[in-house]
Write a protein that binds this ligand. Structure first.
Ligand code: BEZ
Length: 209
C-alpha cells in the first residue's frame, strides 16, 4: 500500500552524486524533503533541480535537507549536473540518488504504471525529525513543481508541530493562524490572549512563536 501521512519514512542506502548515503543519517535530527524525477536530461526536471539548488539557503533556514531521486545511473547524473548548471546557473550540491534498480522508487511508491511503465512520477515526501511522513504530493511528469509551495508547507508543518494551531487557505509565514478546536476557549485566552472569534469553531490569532 502507498505510504500515507504518519507512516514511518523507510530508510535506505543509495549511491548519490554526493557519495553513498544512509537516508536517515543524512536527514539527521532535522526535516527532510525527498523528491523524484522521471528521468535525467529532460527539460522540466532540469529546471526543477536548478530551482531547488537556488533555494537551498531557504531550506537551510528551515533546518531541512533536500534529496532528489531519479532511476538513471550515477554517471548519467554526474553529466547531467553540468547541464543543470549551464541552463539554470545553479549546480545542485544536494544529493541526487541513482536508483537504477528502482529500490527507492518502489519503496516510496514513485512508479505509477498507468502514468508511465518506466519513469517515476514527480513525488514529494516531507519527513519530520521523527522520521514520519508529514506530507505527500504527486505531480505528473508534464507539470513542474512549485518549490516555494514546499517551503510554505514546511513553515506550516513546523509551526503546527509546535503550537496547537492550523493554517488557513493561502497562509504565508507571518499571517494570522487558526486555533485548533482541541483548545478550549479558556485555554485559548491564556495561550493566545486577544484572539478573535469569527465563528465558535473558527478562532484566529497572530502567529505564535
Ligand atoms: C521533463 O522533465 O521534461 C519530462 C520528463 C519525463 C516525461 C515528460 C517530461
Amino acid at each position: 500500500m502507498a505510504l500515507q501521512l504518519g507512516d514511518d519514512a523507510p530508510n535506505f542506502t543509495a549511491e548519490t552524486t554526493a557519495g553513498p548515503i544512509d537516508f536517515h543519517a543524512y536527514l539527521g535530527d532535522g526535516w527532510g524533503v525527498l523528491f523524484s524525477h522521471p528521468a535525467d536530461f529532460t527539460p522540466v526536471c532540469t529546471t526543477e533541480l536548478g530551482t531547488v539548488a537556488k533555494l537551498i539557503p531557504e531550506f537551510d533556514k528551515r533546518n531541512t535537507k533536500v534529496i532528489a531521486v531519479s532511476v538513471d545511473p550515477i554517471d548519467s547524473h554526474t553529466r547531467w549536473l553540468d547541464d543543470i548548471e549551464d541552463v539554470t546557473g545553479a549546480r545542485p550540491e544536494y544529493p541526487l540518488i541513482a536508483d537504477p534498480d528502482r529500490n527507492v522508487a518502489m519503496t516510496y511508491g514513485m512508479l505509477h504504471p498507468n502514468a508511465s511503465a518506466t519513469a517515476t512520477v514527480r513525488s514529494v515526501f516531507v519527513i519530520g525529525p521523527d522520521k514520519k511522513v508529514k506530507l505527500t504530493l504527486t505531480y505528473p511528469a508534464s507539470t513542474g513543481r512549485d518549490f516555494n509551495e514546499i517551503l510554505r508547507v514546511l513553515d506550516s508543518l513546523q509551526l503546527t508541530a509546535k503550537f496547537q494551531v492550523a493554517t488557513p487557505a493561502d497562509w504565508r509565514a507571518g499571517d494570522d493562524v487558526i486555533i485548533t478546536t482541541a483548545v478550549s476557549n479558556e485555554d485559548a485566552a491564556a495561550r493566545f490572549p486577544g484572539y478573535t472569534t469569527v465563528k465558535p469553531y473558527l478562532r484566529t490569532t497572530s502567529q505564535p512563536g
